[in-house]
Design a protein around this ligand. Sequence first.
Ligand code: GRF
Length: 201
Amino acid sequence: MKRIVVLASGAGSNLRALLGADLGGEIVLVVSDRPGAGALALAAAAGVATRVVAAADLPDRAAWDAALTDAVAAAEPDLVVLAGFMRILSGGFVRRFPTLNVHPSLLPAFPGATAVADALAWGVKVTGCTVHFVDQLVDSGPVVAQQAVPVEPDDTPEVLHERIKAVEHTLLPACVALACADRLAVDGRHVKVMSECAGSA
Ligand code: GRF
């Protein structure tokens, strides 16, 4: 079984989806930068170990990077999954741990923390979600999978975000399962999904 560490800052609906899915791997630790994150309560209720690495508890950015890296490394993960983690990871972290992120837009459109509101403000008719490997830049790494979501005329950011999250809740677990089965091959910007036979060979 692959060992998965999930990083989450928020309510944790994607974590809930991961906890309920057949991933072919075990979530061994959930780490948050926010002591009150709903994701921590979800993890605890599921019997998963939790850690908080809060910037406010550490003197500077380098100390936070080191504390996060140490906490994650102690769990010996094969894969790290960002499920609504709102801080940027250091280059050292993403080089050390293969890391997947889920983002609520069709990247490279609308990167950043306000992706859903930005898509609405732009007036697009279709947006969606992207699962990608994480590199040193924000929302820029190789794309694993994307799924489109229509924008409806009366959408608010909240309503549209909920429609996107409903799609994320199947797309992210599916991508994590592919990673756990060693079926994702990264070649530069391109991610190839290998057949089941190739992955298990
Ligand atoms: C998701 O929309 C994800 O794409 C983004 O943050 C949100 C997290 O939501 N990165 P939740 O905490 O999983 O409910």
